[in-house]
Design a protein around this ligand. Structure first.
Ligand code: SAM
Length: 396
């Protein structure tokens, strides 16, 4: 029997599927599921999707989705990450006025009319979506169709992953299907399930069927499937982490666990022009850092706020070099020489995939350029966060 109490595989409809992050999360969750439909219009994203999941459908525009078709797909779960630009500062926060929101509004209007609405909905968007009119319309539909829901603002750092990616998440469930967590109107900024790593004997302890287990460490409900996922994930990265801990955010893995070894760094080194012009606004990390900035689709192309760069020369201290730099005139060519010694480079797409917790089997088609990989990755999701949320959604 599934965590959601159903015998049959979950019928998942994946909307705005991009490179398939939601499907990857479903696969990683260990739940039995069938993808009943997958909608995406971007050809590069589709190419990556089809590379990892062959024999999947071609491009579909959500604007073309009809009520009849949605009824016939009869999804148990809709997983979706609608376009986020209408809710960002760079996208001018045009919200429902932005044409990129039209397909979400169309979908909401279809859901309102469905005779059998999906049992569960998982939606991801940027932080800021929670203040939008689009979200209000979504809430209106959820109310009218008897959903209960919980909203979150979460970052992978909450799970001990050294990468910030603060995102809005909505978990909604038909009233008939109980939530395994207490839900409230407040947007939760931490996962309200136990993320502690427990000792082996604790993990094997039987869970009483009628009583939700409460963790002795943190006092939060224990979600068994989530425990296994997190233990596996961290165990894969570093076996020493099989220790009882207070919280995953305390684990703070260093970036070295996510870095590729033996790569040709040449294509990833920052160009002289970028170094000279933007050296003061780079977000610099090294292998031992326990953080990195969110990677956006402009990574490798634009500098400001698109993601961290890594210092390749471990013998040099960034502060010392920048001190020397500050004593030189702006036009002095020695500045560039100093900067070049630090060997700043971009993270590779494979490293970003790992930081976004994609499993090892996921890969890019060889035809994709570096820029295309960064673009589609910037649009995608953190797999560990979404897998955890999907398990919480489906567990009773
Ligand atoms: C935030 S991204 C979602 C990425 C996805 N979760 C992933 O893991 O890659 C939004 C995606 O929606 C797609 N999109 C935008 N409007 C669409 C529409 N009307 N129909 C189908 N896909 C659309 C975009 O091409 C983009 O890939």
């Amino acid at each position: 029997m599934q965590a959601n109490g159903m015998q049959q595989p979950l019928r998942i409809l994946e909307l705005y599927s991009g490179i398939g992050g939601m499907r990857v999360a479903a696969k990683e969750s260990g739940l039995q599921f069938d993808i009943v439909g997958s909608y995406e219009i971007n050809t590069t994203a589709l190419e990556v999707y089809q590379h990892n999941f062959p024999k999947t459908p071609k491009a579909y525009n959500i604007m073309g989705l009809t009520l009849d078709h949605l009824e016939s797909l009869s999804p148990d779960v809709i997983m979706m990450s609608p376009p986020c630009q209408p809710f960002t500062r760079q996208g001018l926060k045009r919200d429902v006025e932005d044409t990129r929101t039209s397909s979400l509004l169309h979908l909401i209007s279809l859901l309102e009319k469905l005779s059998h609405p999906p049992k569960m909905i998982l939606l991801e968007n940027v932080a800021g979506f929670e203040k939008s009119l689009a979200r209000e319309q979504l809430m209106e539909m959820l109310r009218s169709k008897n959903y209960v829901w919980q909203e979150f603002l979460l970052s992978p750092t909450e799970f001990g992953i050294p990468n910030s990616r603060l995102r809005y998440y909505l978990l909604a469930k038909q009233q008939l299907y109980p939530f395994c967590l207490d839900v409230s109107n407040e947007i939760k900024e931490e996962l309200t399930a136990c993320l502690c790593i427990r000792r082996e004997r604790d993990i094997q302890a039987p869970v009483l069927p009628d009583a939700r287990e409460i963790c002795a460490n943190c006092g939060k409900p224990v979600i068994n499937s989530l425990q296994n996922l997190l233990r596996d994930f961290h165990g894969n990265i570093n076996n020493e982490l099989h220790q009882p801990r207070k919280s995953y955010s305390d684990l703070s893995l260093s970036l070295s666990s996510f870095m590729e070894s033996d790569i040709n760094v040449e294509p990833y080194l920052l160009k002289d022009k970028v170094l000279s012009k933007y050296c003061m606004i780079l977000d610099i990390v090294d292998r031992e850092s326990k953080r990195s900035c969110c990677f956006t689709k402009g990574y490798g192309h634009y500098v400001e706020g698109t993601g961290s760069v890594i210092k390749g020369n471990s013998d040099l201290d960034v502060d010392e070099v920048y001190n020397k730099l500050s004593r030189l005139e702006l036009g002095d060519p020695k500045r560039l020489d100093l900067l070049k010694q630090l060997k700043f480079r971009y993270f590779t797409a494979s490293e970003i995939l790992r930081l976004m917790c994609f499993p090892k089997w996921f890969s890019f088609p060889p035809s994709l350029t570096m820029k295309q990989k960064y673009r589609v990755l910037g649009n995608s999701i953190n797999i560990l966060v979404v897998t955890s949320l999907l398990l919480i959604l489906c567990e009773r």
